[in-house]
Design a protein around this ligand. Structure first.
Ligand SMILES: NC(=O)C1=CN([C@@H]2O[C@H](COP(=O)(O)OP(=O)(O)OC[C@H]3O[C@@H](n4cnc5c(N)ncnc54)[C@H](O)[C@@H]3O)[C@@H](O)[C@H]2O)C=CC1
Ligand SMILES: O=C(O)C(=O)COP(=O)(O)O
Length: 525
């Protein structure tokens, strides 16, 4: 029975859902060493942003199948290590979007009106009105860096305040931005124009310290900066300087490079407002992300695909229905290639034809590589790590598409290039079953329903089939079906036999010794 470990503060609805389905332990506040010590007992780990799922944790998690993040950012999880280990990483990318956007606006208005400073002064028994004169946000320019889910929701809400909206996000279409009433531009154009700047990009190598001394100097003097994304996006020392030299009128931070930030000098600055990573902390958001994370853990533990797997090809639901029947086809094609290969692998050419070729075929590539590498890998190979393992082995993967499916609705063909002969296998899906339709130059139609397939290269001559059948019969090998592909009558041919019993090396030698037979191979399916 699999076991789940929760190490951060997850909403009760998610915990209950997990506990109803699978034994679940809750252990908060573990040190990194304690987590490494116990993770080996668990099949799934559920976290928020506090637990650091580092590569030592992944390596110690020898039973782990899934790490679930009840929230958006997965920068606390070593994705590469998880991918290499074939562990799915899932997140809950929608549930806390509005919470993060609303918190951003709360911070923006608080910055504009000095709410926390005024509150602190009243708590100290003072009544200072002129000291906390604010500004209006109406008619001010809001610069949004990262116009994704949270950034867009901020834009929608800020627009109702009568703000002018500009954004830097080179990865969204200007049309999309225009529909939100946002003008996109370069970062250099945005910085000097914005009265308020708000950050909403993920933490990546490209966004780390994207707001540094140089960028701060380009900002409009007296601008205000809000960060509800990730602390590492900003150089905290440079930020303190920009407050001290009055380049910035105010800064509001929900996130920090180190959390908790400890005795950070920046925190003591009077025009610095801070909240302890509360962007996602609403009852509504926490309920939603906890349920979303729990549902995905249960799906993965039941061998089903999860909705938001961060480290596997994403397939939209409508496309999933079209591609799903071809996943076992791709995997069958890959497995057959490996089992029939002679010589050192060099690379694979994958061809997608017909309807499947009009969609993103990443999931089919992953499935073909699972089939190709599973028989020759000591480690678990699955849709998550197969592309990485292929890359590690230096295999050249080429993909081709064509709208012509020949006589099939869709066809997957793969050629394995080796230091020996190249091998081509093609398959399709018929009545929801994978069918093998081509081996090298031979076309056929085989639904491999037996545990073994016997491939026999032979001369198409009377008596050949009978001779092979006689050997099988004498050795008590049960043949379920047989199919012959041939290039021309009495020419070169290939027999494919579906057999229920293993074929020993001895039996294979006997078949190969028959006069009409050039070669014979058994493949376990
Ligand atoms: N403080 C909190 O509690 C919360 C923080 N977050 C954080 O907010 C951030 C954004 O989340 P979402 O909007 O859901 O992500 P998203 O993926 O929907 O949007 C991110 C946007 O940033 C853009 N982007 C990526 N690299 C960029 C670059 N170098 N320059 C400019 N734009 C770039 C992307 O094109 C995308 O449009 C994440 O870091 C997330 O972890 C999210 C929820 C709560
Ligand atoms: O979802 C995110 O990216 C967040 O930053 C929220 O973090 P949390 O779940 O509150 O620790």
């Amino acid at each position: 029975m699999p076991k789940v470990l929760i190490t951060d503060n997850i909403a009760s609805e998610g915990i209950e859902l997990l506990q109803k389905n699978v034994p679940t332990d809750i252990k908060r506040g573990l040190t990194p060493e304690e987590l490494v010590d116990i993770i080996g007992d668990y099949d799934a780990l559920v976290v928020r942003s506090e637990t650091k799922v580092t590569s030592p944790v992944i390596e110690a998690g020898r039973n782990l199948k899934v790490v679930a993040r009840a929230g958006i950012g997965v920068d606390n999880i070593d994705l590469d290590a998880a991918t290499r280990a074939g562990i799915a990483v899932v997140n809950a990318p929608i549930g806390n979007t509005v919470a993060a956007a609303e918190h951003t606006l709360a911070l923006m208005l608080s910055l504009a009106r000095n709410v926390p400073q005024a509150y602190a002064s009243m708590k100290e028994g003072q009544w200072q009105r002129s000291a906390f004169m604010g500004i209006e946000v109406r008619n001010k320019t809001l610069g949004i860096i990262g116009l994704g889910r949270v950034g867009s929701e901020v834009a929608r809400r800020a627009s109702s305040f009568g703000m002018r909206l500009i954004a830097f996000d080179p990865f969204v279409a200007p049309d999309f931005a225009a529909r939100l009433g946002v003008t996109t531009m370069t970062l250099d154009e945005l910085l000097p124009q914005a009265d308020f700047i708000t950050l909403h990009t993920p933490l990546t190598p490209g966004t780390t310290k994207m707001i540094n001394k140089e960028q701060l100097a380009k900002m409009k003097p007296g601008a205000r900066l809000i960060n509800v994304a990730r602390g590492e996006l900003v150089d905290e020392d440079a930020l303190l300087q920009a407050l001290e030299n009055e380049q910035l009128a105010g800064v509001a931070l929900d996130v920090f490079t180190n959390e908790p930030p400890g005795d950070l000098p920046l925190l003591r600055h009077p025009r610095l407002m801070a909240t302890p990573h509360l962007g996602a902390s609403t009852q509504e958001a926490q309920r939603e992300v906890a349920i979303e994370a729990a549902e995905q853990v249960i799906a993965v533990l039941n061998g089903q695909p999860a909705r938001n797997t961060v480290n596997a090809p994403f397939v939209p639901p409508e496309v999933h229905a079209i591609l799903a029947p071809y996943v076992p086809v791709a995997s069958m094609v890959g497995r057959l290639l490996t089992n029939m290969a002679r010589g050192q692998f060099i690379g694979v050419t994958l061809r997608y034809q017909g309807e499947i070729a009009t969609h993103n075929t990443a999931i089919l590539k992953a499935a073909a590589l699972v089939g190709l590498l599973s028989p020759v890998s000591g480690e678990v190979v699955n849709m998550i790590n197969a592309p990485v393992l292929a890359q590690q082995r230096g295999l050249q993967i080429t993909e081709q598409t064509s709208s012509d499916g020949l006589e099939y609705a869709s066809l997957i063909s793969a050629t394995l290039h080796t230091t020996g002969d190249d091998i081509t296998i093609a398959g399709t899906s018929l009545r929801d079953e994978p069918h093998l339709v081509r081996v090298n130059d031979y076309w056929m139609d085989v639904a491999p329903s037996t545990p073994y397939l016997l491939f026999v290269d032979n001369q198409d001559q009377p008596g050949t089939i009978g001779a092979v059948g006689t050997v099988a019969g004498r050795r008590n090998i049960n043949i379920s079906f047989m199919e012959v592909g041939r290039i021309a009558p009495r020419g070169q041919a290939m027999m494919v036999l579906g057999v229920d019993d293993p074929i020993s090396a001895d039996a294979l030698d006997e078949i190969m010794a028959l006069p009409q037979i050039d070669n014979a191979r058994v493949v376990a399916m």
